[in-house]
Structures are given as C-alpha cells and as structure tokens.
Ligand binder design. Structure first.
Ligand code: PRP
Ligand code: URA
Length: 208
C-alpha cells in the first residue's frame, strides 16, 4: 500500500488558513499555494537517493552528495500549475511535464486535452501535482497516462484531499505514495471537498 503523509507543520497550516479563507484575493492565494508547495517539497523528497561525487572546495578535495535520479514535476492543468514554481525552486534540475484534464461539471469525469512529457519520464522520480484530490478521477487518469509513458516511480502531491479521493487512489494505485497538506472531511454532492477551499483553478486564475 502506498504511504499517505499529511504534512503537519505550523508554516503549512498558517498558509492553509490563508488559502481556505474566501476573502483571500487571487494574488495572495497564488503566492500562498506556491510557498506552501515549496515547503512540501522538503518532505516529499526526504528519501530521494543520492550519489557521492568529488568536489573541490577553495581549500581541498572532498566528497559530497548529489541527487542520483532525475526528478520530473508533472502538474495537472490548470490548477496544478499553481504548485510548480514553489517545488521547482527547491529542485531546479527537475524537468517539467504537463497533463491537461478538466472535470465535466455534471458527470465529474475527467477529460484529457493535453499531454507532454520530458524524455526522462520513464527513469525519473515523478512528482504528480494537483492541489485538489476530490473524487480522485483526475489523478487516476493522470497516473494511467504517466504509466503508459513508462513512469514507474510516481508520487502524488496535493494540497487538500478527502477520504473518498484517497481511497480511490490507494485502491487503484497502491504503489503511489500520497502527500497532502490537509485531509478534509468529505466530498459534497457537487464533487467539492468540504470544508476545502472552493474551486482552486478559478481562485488561482481569477476565472470566476
Ligand atoms: C479540479 C482540480 C483537480 C480536479 C479534482 O480541476 O484542480 O484537477 O478538479 O477533482 P477530481 O479528484 O474529482 O478529479 P478542474 O477539472 O476543475 O479543472 P481546472 O484545474 O482547469 O480548474
Ligand atoms: N476541484 C476543486 O478545485 N475544488 C474542489 O473542492 C474539488 C475539485
């Protein structure tokens, strides 16, 4: 079974309070999603493998450690884009892929409209990012696509999840570890997470 990690940290909680608040404007919302994602990067990469290299300090030769495996960040468009810069800042060598999916408002089924991955995808640690894990349909479709392109080491990184989405993901892909900043109470009958933060894409991009 994949590991479920809820990142408990005072700075993350503080930023969660900001993005949950309906009075928070789009600029502040975007900044906090970004910063929160950067803070999450520290924990989600804790067990990445490293290799020893020799470096010359100004004084002598010494051994140091660098990441031994490529990292690819894959946001699910649109809302996943809001998390990319924060994580990329912490892992500047990461390549970035994109998956475009939108959820049909009536059926809640994901529809695919775009895919582009770097060539490293099959051998990399893939950080699939999408702030909201609601029914889980979008993340499941994205993982299916990543696996079809050869990805084997996939971690899902989200901000708010709910028990329904976590269960769907654990049942379908027990090999994928799940990282969330908060696990909320439930999904409502419109497919929104409660208490949640509303429609993340709309709040990031000001489309409502
Ligand atoms: C939202 C969100 C997730 C998805 C989660 O995207 O960003 O991708 O819904 O719901 P699910 O777990 O039930 O699939 P949306 O389809 O609204 O598109 P957007 O990011 O373009 O706003
Ligand atoms: N997508 C969102 O943006 N918010 C939710 O609560 C559920 C899906």
């Amino acid at each position: 079974m994949g590991k479920l990690t809820i990142l408990n940290h005072p700075l993350i909680d503080h930023k969660m309070a900001k993005i949950r608040n309906k009075e928070t404007d789009a600029k502040t919302f975007r900044e906090n999603v970004n910063e929160l994602s950067g803070l999450m990067a520290y924990e989600i990469t804790r067990d990445l493998s490293t290799k020893e290299v020799e470096v010359e300090t100004p004084l002598m030769t010494t051994s140091a450690k660098v990441l031994s495996k490529a990292v690819v960040i894959v946001p699910i468009l649109r809302a996943g884009l809001g998390m990319v810069d924060g994580i990329h800042m912490m892992i500047p060598t990461a390549k970035i892929g994109h998956i475009g999916l939108y959820r049909d408002e009536a059926t809640l089924m994901p529809h695919s409209y775009y895919e582009k991955f770097p060539k490293e995808i099959a051998d990399a640690t893939v950080l699939l990012v999408d702030p909201m894990l609601a029914t889980g349909g979008s993340v499941l479709a994205a993982i299916d696509s990543l696996k079809r392109h050869g990805a084997k080491d996939i971690r899902y990184v989200g901000i708010v999840g709910c028990p329904e989405g976590v269960k769907a993901l654990e049942d379908a892909y027990p090999d994928v570890d799940i990282y969330l900043a908060a696990l909320d109470e439930k999904l409502n009958d419109k497919g929104y997470i409660e208490p949640g933060l509303g429609d993340c894409g709309d709040r990031l991009f000001g489309t409502k």
